[in-house]
Ligand binder design. Sequence first.
Ligand SMILES: [Zn+2]
Length: 200
Amino acid sequence: MHEDSQTARAEIVRVGQAAWDSGLNSLKSGNISLLLHNGDILITRTGRSMRGLDPVRDLISIGREETKRGDASCEFYVHRGIYAGAGDPRRGAILHCHGPCTIAASGVWDDHIPPSFNEAEDVLGNTRILESRRRESYGEDPERIADALKAAKIVAVRSHGTFTLAETLEECLYLTHLLETSCRISFMVSSALNVRSKSR
Ligand SMILES: [Zn+2]
């Protein structure tokens, strides 16, 4: 777990920028949190771009028993539900992204996204797909996502994006980026096979 420190806030800013630079979010999407020692959650404020987060103005610390999220991300209740459901204080970092290839893949496969190359197979295996509540401004269903993340580190929500729970934000970023790359390769292979079949 973490403390609400300059270091923790700087890590959120760094990973938010890296997620943006990697094409994992739109200008308004995505959110990040860290579980603090006292059970509070340090999370991005709602509607903030992951590009150029301000470590003071764009982050807010919220008590885990707080009933109103206030200015925190609309996915605050999902983040809180994931931490509570996982019940593993070592896994104290969550990253939510809207990777375009992953979102596309979640609309193609039924129950899970298969890995498309060796690294993804070794690290991710199959990634579960959950149905979305399709109410972006209210957030997704915390219980189902928390339940899926007990046994996995990353889950895809259909036509929405990914939630990743790990020990560090760096690991969350790695897994999110790896799944996005795996989905991109799937589509590249599919496209290349299509071109080859037409050239014969
Ligand atoms: Zn989202």
